[in-house]
Design a binder for this molecule. Structure first.
Ligand code: GF9
Ligand code: FES
Length: 386
């Protein structure tokens, strides 16, 4: 493992806010310890339906996600064309995405556990860096600078790594620091994937068990578990993206934990446009199993850790409706959100990361076999691989 960050500066007085408060009283020189930043990365979502246009504009401008020619000209045009329909969807789930609420809450809860469990790196301060909605990477980096941060951990909130999700966030982080002249401002390490983190698996398993308990005992063992993840374009899969394998690893671990109590499939949702996407598609799976006479389907969103449009609209409204039309009962397990078992797992993840001195995972160093994106090389060079 690479030795990465500067060792913490020696602290004269005992740690913790109470002690530092005393230090401030007795010694003008004793500076407060700078916080260890934990930067939670995700795609973000429009907090109100008014922000849909801005969100989509950023999404279609992301060359790591959607490489289109004349992107800076075409992105605003495509975004504007799609905005009304997506605004309507957000209106149907209460007028906006809850992802900022959940991510900030996850960060705050994480902070307080880490301050108790890791006094060496305390105080910890959580930040959110979204790819397509505020707070964007630039805003977050400026806040960190303002707060005197020296040591920072980039924590992806996508458990499984894809170049279209975590990869894009990391490329954006590096590019924004470069643009702002902040490449020497912080000492970084990265938690880039955690598809089988034990408490992640435990929380999924508990949420499934809680939902299964709602069926009668005769029905229960025949409930089909549908692990549904956001799909990828086949061009991304064939480039060698690690996401399908890592999502499958999560599913396997959850089913092992459940003792393979129920029949299950890993299926893929949210395909858009005319190009080929990874399947089977969740909507076609619902229709297929309805035809085969299945009575109960239980959807488990396996690639997001909090509520978002793909669960609240696509599953809870669209797929529930589709299932009803096809005469099959469809339910969804609760998202992880602020479940204490899950948050404790996040804390364990960060604690282990800080204590081992890992800079990036071994796997981050290996680019997709067919990667032609120069940003992927620059990012790895900067964060410590290649
Ligand atoms: C994704 C998670 C995993 C076209 C948009 C109109 C493209 C895309 C994705 C992958 C999100 C969340 C994966 C495209 C083009 N991608 N979505 N890739 N998204 N949409 O390449 Cl957990
Ligand atoms: Fe996967 Fe570049 S697209 S490393």
């Amino acid at each position: 493992m690479n030795q990465l960050f500067r060792l913490p500066k020696p602290v004269l007085l005992a740690r913790g806010p109470y002690q530092r408060c005393l230090a401030a009283n007795f010694s003008a020189e004793a500076k407060p310890k700078p916080p260890t930043a934990i930067v939670l990365m995700n795609m973000g979502g429009p907090s109100t339906s008014k922000e849909v246009g801005f969100f989509l504009g950023n999404l279609f401008a992301d060359g790591d996600l959607i490489p289109i020619p004349f992107q800076s000209v075409l992105a605003p045009w495509i975004a504007r064309r799609r905005t009304p329909k997506i605004e309507e969807q957000y209106d149907q789930i209460g007028g906006g995405s809850p992802i900022r609420y959940w991510t900030e809450r996850q960060g705050k809860l994480l902070e307080s556990i880490l301050d108790k469990q890791c006094p060496e790196t305390a105080p910890h301060k959580s930040y959110v860096a979204f790819r397509y909605a505020p707070p964007l990477t630039q805003e977050t980096l400026e806040a960190m600078k303002q707060d005197g941060v020296e040591r920072a951990v980039a924590l992806t909130m996508y458990p499984q790594y894809s170049c279209s999700t975590t990869g894009s966030s990391l490329n954006e982080l590096h590019k924004t620091m470069d643009r702002l002249g902040m490449k020497d401002a912080f000492s970084w390490s990265i938690i880039d994937r955690w598809p089988t983190q034990p408490q992640l698996i435990e929380t999924f398993a508990q949420h499934i068990e809680r939902s299964l308990a709602e069926y009668s005992s005769e029905e229960r063992k025949d409930v089909v578990l549908l692990f549904s993840a956001h799909s990828l374009p086949m061009s991304v899969v064939n480039r060698g993206d690690p996401y399908p394998q890592e999502v499958a690893a999560t599913v396997q671990a959850v089913m092992e934990r459940l003792g393979f109590s129920n029949p299950y499939r890993l299926i893929w949702q949210s395909q858009v446009g005319p190009s080929a996407w990874l399947g089977p598609k969740t909507n076609e799976v619902i229709e297929g199993y309805a035809k085969q006479g299945k009575k109960n389907l239980l959807v488990v969103p396996i690639a997001f850790v909090s509520d978002h449009i793909e669960t609240l609209f696509e599953v809870d409204i669209e797929y529930v409706h589709l299932a009803k039309e096809n005469g099959v009962n469809l339910k969804r397990v609760e998202s992880l959100n602020d479940d204490p078992v899950f948050i404790d797992g996040l804390a364990k993840l960060v604690k282990d990361h800080l204590s081992t001195g890992t800079k990036v995972s071994t796997q981050l160093g290996l680019r997709c076999p067919q990667c032609t994106n120069p940003k992927c090389a620059h990012t790895r060079e900067y964060f410590g691989k290649e």
